[in-house]
Design a protein around this ligand. Sequence first.
Ligand SMILES: C[C@@](CO)(OP(=O)(O)O)[C@H](O)COP(=O)(O)OP(=O)(O)OC[C@H]1O[C@@H](n2ccc(N)nc2=O)[C@H](O)[C@@H]1O
Ligand SMILES: Nc1ncnc2c1ncn2[C@@H]1O[C@H](COP(=O)(O)OP(=O)(O)O)[C@@H](O)[C@H]1O
Length: 320
Amino acid sequence: MTLYDVPAPAKINLFLHVVGRRDDGYHLLQTAFRFIDLCDTLHFDRRSDGRIVCEGSQPGLAHEDDLVVRAARALQSATGTSFGAQIRYQKIIPSGGGLGGGSSDAASTLLALNRLWQTGLDRRALMALALPLGADVPVFIYGQPAFAQGVGEQLSPLSLPQRFYVVIQPSEPVPTAGIFSAPELTRNTPSIIMSVFVDWQRVHAQGIGVLAGGTNSGSSSGTSSSPYFGRNDLEPVVCSRFARVRETALWLKRQGIHARMTGSGGCFFIECATLEQARLCQQEIIVKMPGSENGQTAMVENTWACPGLLDHPLRHWIRS
Ligand SMILES: C[C@@](CO)(OP(=O)(O)O)[C@H](O)COP(=O)(O)OP(=O)(O)OC[C@H]1O[C@@H](n2ccc(N)nc2=O)[C@H](O)[C@@H]1O
Ligand SMILES: Nc1ncnc2c1ncn2[C@@H]1O[C@H](COP(=O)(O)OP(=O)(O)O)[C@@H](O)[C@H]1O
């Protein structure tokens, strides 16, 4: 029994507010998760000897630390199945980018093995298994764009308009834990109710656009010139500590391009109304970037233009 070409999409945080801190040090967040069509791909063969064998492509990552392996083991011990799995995967989503690639790989592993092993867990049970693997893992099992609270596990569905994204990866990974532990991090952004974001979306649904030159229009928003809702509270901390991320942010700003950091960075996204606009914007960035050769500079590692997803591609693999 096999399952090949299982996708694990990246996520972006449309905004990210830190509204408090729990006694265990984890932070209370408010954020909007959106999946984008930038995917890792996983392949699974069922084994009857109970072993989990994973050929990942993560240099420097020990087998037992790989979130794919940890997810497989979590499902094994929760269900007592005697099956194992041979797993291979190809990474596209950069690690330490704030795109949730490892979390998404873990979620797709849970969804795929639940099917391959016929362990029959429902969505709620898989989400409970997902949370100890990482605060970001449950939303990928939830399967829909979501307004998230708590540490990221209290999820409500969001209906988001079709949008397209340029994603820019500065050539420097950012470790999530170090950003959350920064003393200077803003931890007291006032909580909002979800309808504030939903209403903002409705009002600004027509507003986003990219000008012919490739810069987004700066349609009116909650803040003076940004076309995005709220802010990412982690962005100033990441920019102050990571030179390449800061250079990228400043360069984009000087070009008049409104970009926002996703999660704990260091990737940025630019929201566009059409895929064509996203591709034009990406091309303009590639051409204009200082020292650019095929879109790679000392400052930026990679760029992509891709659609936002209306749903997770495996959403219907599981009972709600
Ligand atoms: C910041 C976010 C926003 O979506 O995304 P990424 O930048 O990682 O993609 C997430 O909250 C990250 O989720 P995830 O990457 O799964 O985090 P975890 O592995 O659970 O935690 C990594 C470390 O970040 C800190 N952490 C994480 C989440 C949270 N709500 N509060 C925290 O303080 C903790 O110090 C923890 O040790
Ligand atoms: N399969 C995996 N893919 C990517 N990162 C992984 C994986 N398994 C474990 N990790 C670890 O998780 C961290 C990055 O996780 P990821 O979800 O991609 O986060 P981020 O959104 O912060 O980039 C890194 O420390 C990496 O070593």
